[in-house]
Structures are given as structure tokens and as C-alpha cells.
Design a protein around this ligand. Sequence first.
Ligand SMILES: *[C@@H]1O[C@H](CO)[C@@H](O)[C@H](O)[C@H]1NC(C)=O
Ligand SMILES: *[C@@H]1O[C@H](CO)[C@@H](O)[C@H](O)[C@H]1NC(C)=O
Ligand SMILES: *[C@@H]1O[C@H](CO)[C@@H](O)[C@H](O)[C@H]1NC(C)=O
Ligand SMILES: *[C@@H]1O[C@H](CO)[C@@H](O)[C@H](O)[C@H]1NC(C)=O
Ligand SMILES: *[C@@H]1O[C@H](CO)[C@@H](O)[C@H](O)[C@H]1NC(C)=O
Ligand SMILES: [Zn+2]
Length: 510
Amino acid sequence: MMPVQLQCPLVAVACVFMCCLFGTLSSPDPRVREALIELEASMQTGGQMVLTDAEQRLDALLFEMKQEEISRGDFPPAVHFFSAKRLIQRSPVFSLLQKMPKGGALHVHDFSMVDVEWLVKNVTYRPHCYMCSTDEPSFRFIFSSQWPKPLPRCSPWVLLENLRSKMVNATDLDNSIRGNLTLFTDQDPEVAFPSQDVVWDRFEQAFRAVWGLVTYAPVFRDYYYQGLTQFYTDNVMYLELRALLPEVYELDGSTHDRAWTLKTYQDITTQFVSKHPDFFGARIIITNQRRANRSAIAQAVEEAMKLKKDFPDFMAGFDLVGREDRGKPLWYFRDALSLPAEKGVTLPYFFHAGETDLEGTEVDQNLLDALLLNTSRIGHGFALVRHPVAKDLSRKKGVAVEVCPISNQVLKLVKDLRNHPAAALMLENHPVVISSDDPAMFGASGLSYDFYEAFVGFGGIKSHIGSLKQLAINSIRYSSLSPRQQKEALVLWQKRWNTFVTESEFLKTN
Ligand SMILES: *[C@@H]1O[C@H](CO)[C@@H](O)[C@H](O)[C@H]1NC(C)=O
Ligand SMILES: *[C@@H]1O[C@H](CO)[C@@H](O)[C@H](O)[C@H]1NC(C)=O
Ligand SMILES: *[C@@H]1O[C@H](CO)[C@@H](O)[C@H](O)[C@H]1NC(C)=O
Ligand SMILES: *[C@@H]1O[C@H](CO)[C@@H](O)[C@H](O)[C@H]1NC(C)=O
Ligand SMILES: *[C@@H]1O[C@H](CO)[C@@H](O)[C@H](O)[C@H]1NC(C)=O
Ligand SMILES: [Zn+2]
């Protein structure tokens, strides 16, 4: 009955109580109970964080806000995000989380950083933008100085400028474009997306629709700058972006190679940081589709090794993307993925793994294989609690899990976010960071919505200001930054955190 395997000083306290009182009382001793409750609370993420007086006052305020939120009828984490979004926007806890310096966003994809509204209203209104309709139904776009060549399985191209000039009112057209660039919908999400297959098909379709817009060089630059702006505005100070590094094209149809694309990311990051000195920067994790074959992955790994050599500080590493359940397992690519180790070259991995609820399949082994391939972090790790050995390794090796609550809900791994497996991970302070995966596809932005779901949904009434502080610190501690850079980033973060805590105290009087 005694938790002898726990190594917390509080256990000792509990033992003393239990031993000396054992046999003398028939009902449980309230002091023992208190000590055990405290022990459990201290084990959670941020449970051992020492709080300043100001932080404690803010925590009391947060506690009140949360209690009020939980007592209301529609509890947002229990509801699909598409329906919960409006409720969350009215939440005082959410507005506090928006102001909170959240540290880094470590799991975000290149073409889902920016609000779809900006793509519709800004990008599709630029000159030379052509569109055709596929029979999915969906759209494809291209910018071109000449009438573009027809695409297979797409209607003849129309120049959007011409189309709109003939319309009295372009609202319906814009709504239909917007609807095809994101999963977010006002319809009942359970009806629109009845299964994982349907939602993944629509998800991939939306990326194909976005593709022609965001790979046009002027848009590519503006999109990334706009993405940094949105994360910065949401009080995120650092980004690790998973990027496919497409061949970006110009108006005359010429294309740039992948090194150009990486260099462009680097230049724009530098430009952004020089305008926003309290933004720490960004790094790129190069990604490749996991549905590719062995020789394509081997080639991608070779190229990634070369790019890592050419951009040692800006490029963080390599990952495979796309639906795990439909792609090949990591083990299938073990030879290609072992090339760097064989050649003595450093290429850190940041594998998506365990984004599945299919237990016991080949793909379900990805978590263990990611760890065997020395992954630096685990993307999603939704299945981690079902793999005690992988979980133990992840903890011992300090391989953090990148938890993306809204993504897992929209892509139908979990309905009610109170039941997300990461809730259990956070109760035992497993190394985790919170991220947003593809915020634009899900109708979210930045990190705050996902922080809200984690803080209120996973944590219930138990998580507190220490949990939030720990999550922010984790996002720097488990980043790919060097120890020296992490120290600098933490100093910058701490300054912003102190300001946040002081300023939030005034909320109470409002
Ligand atoms: C579109 O965005 C660019 C870059 O962010 C900006 O310079 C331009 O003014 C915007 N155009 C419109 C029509 O909003
Ligand atoms: C344009 O159409 C939309 C939807 O059909 C309508 O709500 C809106 O009022 C119209 N705008 C104007 C200026 O007529
Ligand atoms: C996508 O575009 C088609 C037209 O090609 C339209 O009928 C459909 O409603 C759009 N989808 C969404 C979800 O808006
Ligand atoms: C692997 O994929 C590449 C690129 O899609 C293709 O060119 C190549 O033929 C494929 N190789 C094999 C062995 O299937
Ligand atoms: C993983 O790390 C171990 C220990 O450093 C090393 O022996 C092994 O070659 C690495 N494997 C890969 C695939 O990087
Ligand atoms: Zn992802």
C-alpha cells in the first residue's frame, strides 16, 4: 500500500506518519492523507516550481477564473474546437494565456501558420492569380505572367481578377475559397468529418489547394513573415518550423532550389528579429513525406546532411510527415535513417511518432523506433502511454513529447480533451511541450488556444501557474538551441514573464 518506489522527500514524511500511527488508529490519519495529496500534487508538471509572492497572487486569481469556467454549462475542452472556439474567445483564462510569454512553439508546419483570411483577402487578390476547380471539389491556384498550361483533372484556369471584376458581390466566391483552404467550418464538425479517413482526406486536399499560393516567391516570403508576426503577437518568442522546402516559383515559371528556400527562411527570420529584438528567432526542421519510397528517403537524408552542413545554426534537423497510419513505418526506412550515424555526420531527428490509435500495428512501433534512431523529440506521441518501455526511455533520455491538443481532437484521435493521454503525462511531469501543429487548418492561431486546452482541459482545477511556467521553460529547455543559446533565451523569457506577472496583478481590480 505504500508508494515505496517514489523518490520524493514527501514520501519520507508520509512514511513517518504511517509507521508511527500504524495500528493505533482505525480510520485513516488526515495528516497522512494531506501528505499524500501534497506528494501527488508535487509530481505534476511545475509541481515543484518555487513561486514568488506575485506569482502566488496571480495563481489565486487564475484559480478563481478556472473554477468559474468549470462551473459553467459548456466546458470548452469537452467540445469540438470548431464549436468551442467562440466559447474560448470569451474566456478570461484565455485572454490571460494570450498575454502570457509562452516561450517557443516547437511543432508547427510551414503552410499552416497564417490565418486563412489573409490568404483569401490578401493573396488571392494579388494580380496574376489564376484558379481552377477540381472535382473533389477543391481549387488549385497559380501565379503566372502568361496563361498557364491546363492541369489534369482541373477546370480551365480563370484569372481571379477578371472573375471578380464581373461579379457584383464576391463574398460567396471568397467564402468558398476560404472553405477549401482550411478544415475549419461552421457546420457540425461531427457531420462534416465523420471518420479519420474523411478528415485526413480533406486535410491533405486543403494543403494541395494552399500549395500554389504559398510557393509563389513573393507570397512565400510574405507568408513566412506574416506567420512570424502572428506567433510573435501571440507572445511566442521562438519557433521551430517543420518545412517541406518546396521549389519556390516566380511569375515566369522559373523555380529556385531547396537551398534557396532555406536561405530565404533564414534571411526573413533575420529581418524579423532585427525589427523585433525581443523575438529570439526561428530554426527549420526539414521534412519529407513518409509515403515516399526507400530510395527517395535515402536521397532526402543525404540532402538534409548537406544542408545541415551549410546551415549549421539555422537548420535544426529532419523529420517525416504525413498520416502515420497510411505511410511506411520508421523501421522500413532504418537504413536510410542510419546514414548519418554511419558516416559520422550529425543530423538530429524530430520524428512524428505515435500519432495513432491503432494499437499493435507496425506503425504503432514508431515510438520505440524513433527513440532507437535517437530522435531529439517526439511529435505528438499520442500513443506513448500505451508503450511503457518507450515512455520510460523518453523520460530517461529527456526526449520531450510535443503535444498538440487541438490537432489530435480535429484529426479524431480524442473527442473530449479532458481524456487526452497527455493529461496523465503531465500529472507525472513527463517532459512535454505544448504546440499547435497546423493552427490555420484548425481555425486556431499561434499557441494560446492549445495552451488553453492543455491548461484547462488536461489540468482541470489542479494545474496552476507553476504548470504554465514549467511548460514555457520546457519549450526552451527541449528546443534544439545550444545550451548557451538556451540560457540567453531563458533570460529574455524571464524578463517578459516578470512583466506579465506584474501587469496581470492589476487585472483583479478591473
Ligand atoms: C498584403 O500583405 C502584404 C505583406 O504583408 C502587404 O504589404 C500588403 O499591403 C497587403 N495587401 C493587401 C491588399 O492587404
Ligand atoms: C454580398 O453577399 C453576401 C452573401 O451572399 C451578403 O451577406 C452581403 O450582404 C453582400 N454584400 C453586399 C455589399 O451586397
Ligand atoms: C470548395 O469549393 C467548391 C467549389 O469548387 C465548393 O462547392 C465547396 O463548397 C467548397 N468547400 C467548402 C468546404 O467551402
Ligand atoms: C521512388 O520514388 C521516386 C520519386 O517519387 C521515383 O522516381 C522512383 O522511381 C521510385 N523508386 C522505386 C524503386 O520505386
Ligand atoms: C544512436 O546513438 C547511439 C549512441 O550514441 C549510436 O551508437 C547509434 O549509432 C545512433 N544511431 C543512429 C541511427 O543515429
Ligand atoms: Zn505535425
